[in-house]
Design a protein around this ligand. Structure first.
Ligand code: NAD
Length: 571
C-alpha cells in the first residue's frame, strides 16, 4: 500500500457528502491521484472495490466519502444502506445462520484459529487501514491486531467448554437429572464505533459466530474499511459467505434498524446512544450488551517507583490519542510523591512523538474527526477559563495534520469545568493531589460512570484492597488499562452508566446464546426389575404418584422432604 498526498488535500472543494450512485456498489468512486490532484492514493482501487461490494445496498445507493484524519484527503466513497437494505441483510443472515449452526463446533473453532493466523500474517494491511481511517499511531493500531488475535484464540480454545451442556443438581436427588443447554440466539447485531474499528467490530462478532449465530454488523461509516477487511479474512478462513452481513449508514436510522431485526445486540459507543439502543431493545424484548463511555481514574500511591508509574500513566492517558474507552482522564497522586511524579509524567508527555506516518516512529497520532477536535479544544479552553493551568500540550498541531492535538496535562481543574466530570475522549488528563487512600477512593468513585480504573502501589495487598473499593467494571493494579482488557478470559464491561453486560470470557459468549434447562424425571415409567415382580402394580416414582395422594398428604410429605434437604445441607 502506498501513501502519497495530493498538493492540497484539505481543499474545501474536495469531494464529500452524499451523491447518487448510478453504478451500484461494485464500483467504488475512488479519486484517482494520477488524474485528480486532490486525490489521496492510499489503497489499490481493486482492493477497495471488493471490500465495499460487501456492504448490503441496493443498486444506485447514495455514497458518503470518508477522509483520512491524517491529511483530510479522500479515502473511499462508501455506499450507504437504507432501512430496507437492513431488513434484507437480516433476512440473508437469518437464512445463512441455520447452516452455520449445524457446522461442527470444532470446525467453527477452526475457522477462528485460521482467522487468527491470517490476521497476524497480513497485519500490515489492516494496520494501514486502521491508521488511515482512525488516525491513530501504528502501535495503537497493533494493539487492535493483538486483541483480535487473542479473542479469536480464546474463543476457539475455550468456546466448547463455555457452550457444553452443563449439569446442575436436580429438584429431587437422583430422580431429577438437569442439563443446561446453550443455543445460539439467531442473528446478533454488532454496532461498533470508530475508535477501535478492528477490535470492536470483530471482538463481539467472534464469540457470536462460535456460538453458531449469524451477525449483522454495523460499523461506523468512518472506519468501515477496517471492519470489511475483518469480514473478508473471516471468509478466507472458511466462514461461509452470508453468515456475516454488513450494513452502513447514519447511526440512529441504520443502527436503529439493526436493533429492530436482530435477536441480541452488542453495542459499543457513547452512554447517550446506549440508552437509546437499550430502550429500543427493551421494546422488542431482546437482550442488549452495552459497552459505553468512561471518565476513568488512576491513583498513584506514595510508595511507587515514580518513573515506572509515570511511564504507565502516559500510556494509559495517550494511547490511541486518548480516544480509548478505558483510557485515563483523571489522575490522583498522593501528595507525598506528587511533585516528583508530576515532573516525570510531564517530562514523558512532552517527549511523546506525534506523527502521521504508516510506521512505528510516532507514539501518538491524530484525532479522528473535527467533532473530536472541537470537544478536546472546548474542554481545554473551558478548563482554563475556570482557572486550570496547562502543564503540557494544550495546543493544536496543524503543522502535522488538520486534527492533531498535543497530549495535554491540566492541573488546578475546578469542579465547575466540563473536563472535571465529562468524558473528553481525547488526549487530555487532569492531575489532582490527594492526602490518603480514602480520599483517593472517594474521588475516583465520584460521578455516574465506572468503566475502568487503575491503582499504582508497590504493596500488592494494598492494591487489591483499593481495587475492590473502586466502582468500576475493571481495575488494573500497576497497569493503566491493558492488563484487564487483554485478559480475555475475564469479563470486561462497565459499572453504573458505563454499560450493561460484558464482553470477553464466558459472559461474552453466553450473551449471544439462549439458555435452555432440560429437566429429566427418572423412574416415571417404573423400575424395570420391579415391574416384573409386581405385575399390574404401577412402580413409577414420578411426581404423579405423589400428586395422586390427597393434597394434605402431599403438603406433609413435601414439608418433611424440604426439612431433610435443609438438614443435608443441600444447595
Ligand atoms: P456513538 O454512540 O455516537 O456511536 C457508536 C455506534 O452507534 C456507531 O456505529 C453509530 O453509528 C451508532 N449509532 C449512533 N446512534 C445510534 C442509534 N440511535 N441507534 C443505534 N446505533 C446508533 O459513539 P462514538 O462517538 O462513535 O464512540 C465513542 C464513545 O464510545 C465514547 O463514549 C467511548 O467511551 C465509547 N466506547 C466504549 C467502549 C467500551 O468498551 N466500553 C469502547 C469504545 C468506545
Amino acid at each position: 500500500m502506498s501513501h502519497e498526498h495530493g498538493p492540497d488535500p484539505l481543499d474545501e472543494n474536495a469531494p464529500h457528502g452524499e451523491s447518487a450512485r448510478p453504478d451500484g456498489p461494485s464500483h467504488a468512486d475512488l479519486i484517482d491521484p494520477w488524474t485528480d490532484p486532490r486525490g489521496t492514493y492510499v489503497l489499490e482501487p481493486d482492493d477497495l472495490r471488493s471490500l465495499l461490494a460487501r456492504i448490503v445496498v441496493a443498486p444506485g445507493a447514495t455514497t458518503r466519502t470518508t477522509h483520512t484524519p491524517f491529511t483530510g484527503g479522500p479515502l473511499a466513497a462508501v455506499p450507504l444502506s437504507t432501512v430496507d437494505d437492513v431488513a434484507r441483510a437480516a433476512r440473508l443472515a437469518r437464512a445463512a445462520q441455520h447452516g452455520w449452526a449445524a457446522v461442527d463446533l470444532a470446525e467453527r473453532a477452526a475457522v477462528l484459529l485460521r482467522f487468527h493466523d491470517l490476521v497476524l500474517r497480513d497485519q500490515s494491511d489492516v494496520l494501514d487501514l486502521v491508521q488511515l481511517e482512525s488516525g491513530k499511531s501504528r502501535l495503537s493500531a497493533f494493539e487492535e491486531v493483538a486483541d483480535v488475535a487473542m479473542v479469536a484464540r480464546h474463543y476457539a480454545r475455550s468456546g466448547a467448554r463455555y457452550l457444553a451442556p452443563r449439569r446442575t443438581p436436580g429438584f429431587a436427588p437422583i430422580l431429577t437429572s438437569v442439563r443446561v443447554l446453550r443455543h445460539p440466539v439467531g442473528v446478533v447485531g454488532v454496532i461498533s464505533p470508530w475508535n477501535y474499528p478492528f477490535t470492536l467490530s470483530m471482538g463481539d462478532t467472534l464469540p457470536a459466530l462460535l456460538a453458531g449465530n449469524a451477525v449483522l454488523l454495523k460499523p461506523d461509516t468512518q472506519t468501515v474499511l477496517t471492519a470489511l477487511w475483518g469480514v473478508e479474512q473471516l471468509e478466507a478462513a472458511g466462514l461461509p459467505a452470508g453468515v456475516v452481513q454488513v450494513v452502513v449508514g447514519d447511526g440512529p436510522t441504520i443502527g436503529g434498524a439493526v436493533v429492530d431485526h436482530v435477536d441480541h445486540v452488542s453495542f459499543t459507543g457513547s452512554t447517550a446512544t446506549g440508552r437509546t439502543v437499550a430502550a429500543r431493545a427493551g421494546e422488542r424484548l431482546i437482550s442488549a450488551s452495552l459497552e459505553l463511555g468512561g471518565k476513568n481514574a488512576m491513583y498513584v500511591a506514595e510508595d511507587v517507583d515514580v518513573e515506572t508509574a509515570a511511564e504507565g500513566a502516559v500510556r494509559a492517558c495517550f494511547s490511541s490519542t486518548g480516544q480509548l474507552c478505558v483510557s485515563v482522564e483523571r489522575l490522583y497522586v498522593h501528595e507525598d510523591v506528587a511533585d516528583e511524579f508530576v515532573d516525570a509524567f510531564v517530562r514523558r508527555t512532552r517527549a511523546l512523538i506525534l506523527g502521521a506516518d504508516l510506521d512505528y516512529r510516532a507514539d501518538v497520532g491524530s484525532l479522528t474527526s473535527a467533532a473530536q477536535l472541537a470537544t478536546v479544544t472546548d474542554h481545554v479552553l473551558d478548563a482554563l477559563a475556570h482557572g486550570a493551568r496547562v502543564l503540557a500540550g494544550g495546543v493544536r498541531r496543524p503543522d502535522l495534520g488538520p486534527l492533531f492535538y498535543e497530549p495535554t496535562v491540566l492541573t488546578d481543574v475546578s469542579r465547575e469545568a466540563n473536563v472535571f466530570a465529562h468524558e473528553t475522549f481525547g488526549p487530555v488528563v487532569s492531575v489532582y493531589r490527594v492526602a490518603s487512600d480514602d480520599e483517593a477512593v472517594a474521588a475516583m468513585n465520584e460521578g455516574d460512570l465506572g468503566l475502568n480504573a487503575s491503582v499504582w502501589t508497590r504493596d500488592v495487598a494494598r492494591g487489591r484492597r483499593l481495587a475492590a473499593r473502586v466502582v468500576a467494571g475493571t481495575v488494573n493494579v500497576n497497569e493503566g488499562y491493558a492488563a484487564a482488557w487483554a485478559s480475555v478470559a475475564a469479563p470486561q464491561g462497565g459499572a453504573r452508566a458505563s454499560g450493561l453486560g460484558h464482553r470477553h470470557g464466558a459472559e461474552g459468549i453466553w450473551a449471544t446464546t439462549r439458555a435452555q434447562t432440560v429437566a429429566l424425571q427418572r423412574g416415571v415409567h417404573g423400575v424395570p426389575g420391579l415391574r416384573s415382580l409386581f405385575p399390574g402394580n404401577p412402580t413409577g416414582v414420578g411426581l404423579g404418584r405423589l400428586y395422586a395422594r390427597p393434597g394434605q398428604q402431599v403438603a406433609t410429605v413435601f414439608t418433611a422432604a424440604l426439612r431433610v434437604m435443609r438438614a443435608m445441607r443441600r444447595a
